[in-house]
Design a protein around this ligand. Sequence first.
Ligand code: COA
Length: 158
Amino acid sequence: MNINYITPLKSHKPLKLPNRLIYGNGSQFRMVDLSIGRYIGKIKITPTELKKSKFYQNDKPIKSLYINDLWIVPFFRKKNAGSDFIKFAKHLSKKNGCEGRIYTLAYNYDNPGKAPHKFWRKQGFASASQKENQILDFIIENNIEVPPDMCQGTMMYI
Ligand SMILES: CC(C)(COP(=O)(O)OP(=O)(O)OC[C@H]1O[C@@H](n2cnc3c(N)ncnc32)[C@H](O)[C@@H]1OP(=O)(O)O)[C@@H](O)C(=O)NCCC(=O)NCCS
């Protein structure tokens, strides 16, 4: 009688999962905290061709990754989830042929009075207007609120 004996698998270390996991379909992504099983936030992106951009000063069309939507659950804000999404968006920009370029409209549709500009500026984004960049740097340094005229929405690029 033949006995097939299968060698037991070598014991492997358990797979270490990251605390934060991002998953999605190529244009919309969600982040979850696996350690507590909670939804953290979402990002939506669209690789876009810009014919002429004051910021990039391109004479031929170039691609940049547009962030349509970035939203973090209020409980998880100021815990680096937004920054983690931006790191991920930089990767997506390269993957989508945008060579690291990203842009967005800095505007808090959730709460128009609470402008997210300082967040974008801290991630390295800039407006095409040097004056607006100086204002943002000044208000970050001096812990001042974003001026109301900029709260209407500012295009910011990287
Ligand atoms: C804006 C938003 C995405 C930031 O996400 P977050 O996870 O809270 O940001 P992080 O924790 O990664 O913050 C990174 C830095 O930006 C600062 N920051 C984040 N949001 C800020 C805000 N609204 N105002 C000022 N600074 C802000 C943080 O204090 C932190 O600064 P530090 O590096 O000096 O400590 C999040 O607050 C949000 O979802 N807001 C509502 C929707 C929105 O405005 N989305 C953007 C649409 S353009």
